[in-house]
Ligand binder design. Structure first.
Ligand SMILES: Cc1cc2nc3c(=O)[nH]c(=O)nc-3n(C[C@H](O)[C@H](O)[C@H](O)COP(=O)(O)O)c2cc1C
Length: 340
């Protein structure tokens, strides 16, 4: 018979949370109020890039101080664990990441989400070793979500001592993996390749999809789009309602850098889709990345609610969203069948 400890879900136990439910890091679409609500609901909230911000800054110091402010506000709203995103993609860790890492350590944040490139090429497997070493030395829990999950990347991440790996399927919202492997296929492939616990990202939006993730070998779920139409999320109200009123059939997939995005209809998306139809792939990617302005188009579309000049990036799980609810109601609904 298994001991009580063996029966405990590893992700919940590593992170010190009630449910093995991790909120996806989302650029512009997180802030202290939202993240604290997720953590107070028994899950792990994550402050994403540009958390709590409405304007772009190119200063690394300002970026780090903005994050410190959000961390302090989150700590004032919850005594539960939460995490901060560190972007470690692209070789040497940037000065932005280094400064945020200092703040994470100074403010005693218990966990981080490390964003890396993953299986794009053998040169990009794993995460920046220096950052991982520093995090481990400070006892900070590490969740690694690679832009493109792969067997080799997952094994490299495990060998580096990461605590949790997130397998992301093509069903997700945000920057999509160029590997084009759906959530149903990526999950067992990664779970069979490594021994550390794996959470599934991409299309998790109701209790059925949570149960399916566990049946496929996941020990946790990683949820983005489903948490946008919630009362606590900073997204614009018209965007929350648009998500509620839409299904996966309303999404347009188009090429951009590094590979793909999908969006609900906006005027900008008409242009992006037109480029995708008419230009060679490489040209379409470049032209669309320029039109999208990095994640600025996400801020304009999703935070400001400007459906002319921005885009609304969500995953195919939106068909299962039928109303704007509190974060607590969403977490309780998704985890209804979870029994520890
Ligand atoms: C609007 C939006 C913005 C996102 N921004 C980021 C980001 O900045 N960094 C990141 O690692 N993932 C980002 N993601 C991906 C999520 O963290 C997560 O992997 C994804 O939402 C999971 O799929 P789902 O949307 O089907 O739940 C974003 C997703 C969305 C919907």
């Amino acid at each position: 018979m298994k001991s009580e400890e063996n029966r405990m879900n590893r992700i919940a136990s590593i992170l010190g949370i009630k449910y093995p439910f991790i909120q996806g890091a989302m650029s512009w679409l997180t802030d202290a109020k939202f993240v604290a609500a997720v953590s107070n609901a028994g899950s792990l909230g994550i402050l994403g890039p540009n958390a709590g911000a409405h304007t772009v800054t190119t200063s690394a110091d300002e970026t780090a101080e903005r994050m410190r402010d959000q961390i302090k506000q989150t700590q004032a709203l919850t005594d539960k664990p939460f995490a901060v995103t560190l972007i470690v993609a692209g070789g040497e860790t940037s000065i932005f990441t280094k400064k945020i890492l200092d703040v994470v350590i100074e403010e005693h944040v218990p966990a981080v989400l490390l964003n890396s490139l993953g299986g794009v090429s053998s040169a990009t497997y794993g995460v920046d070793p220096a950052t991982m070493k520093t995090l481990k030395a400070h006892g900070i829990k590490t969740i690694v979500r690679s832009l493109q999950p792969s067997i080799e990347d997952a094994q490299a991440v495990e060998a580096q001592g990461a605590d949790i790996y997130v397998a992301t399927g093509f069903d997700e919202g945000g920057t999509m993996p160029g590997g084009e492997i759906g959530s149903f296929a990526i999950m067992p492939m990664i779970a069979d390749a490594i021994a550390i616990p794996v959470a599934l990202a991409g299309g998790i939006a109701d209790a059925r999809t949570v149960n399916a993730a566990f049946a496929l070998g996941a020990e946790g779920v990683y949820v983005g789009s489903r948490l946008i139409p919630t009362t606590e999320n900073p997204a614009a109200e018209n965007v929350k309602q648009l998500i509620v009123d839409s299904t996966a059939e309303d999404l347009t997939l188009f090429r951009t850098l590094p590979d793909y995005y999908r969006s609900l209809p906006t005027k900008l998306v008409d242009q992006l889709a037109e480029n995708d139809r008419t230009l060679p792939a490489v040209e379409a990617k470049k032209a669309n990345a320029k039109l999208m302005g990095g994640t600025s188009g996400m801020r304009i579309g999703m935070l400001d609610g400007d459906l002319e000049h921005g885009y609304v990036s969500v995953g195919t799980g939106i068909s299962m969203v039928h109303s704007i609810q509190s974060v607590q109601a969403v977490v309780d609904e998704l985890m209804a069948d979870y029994r520890g």
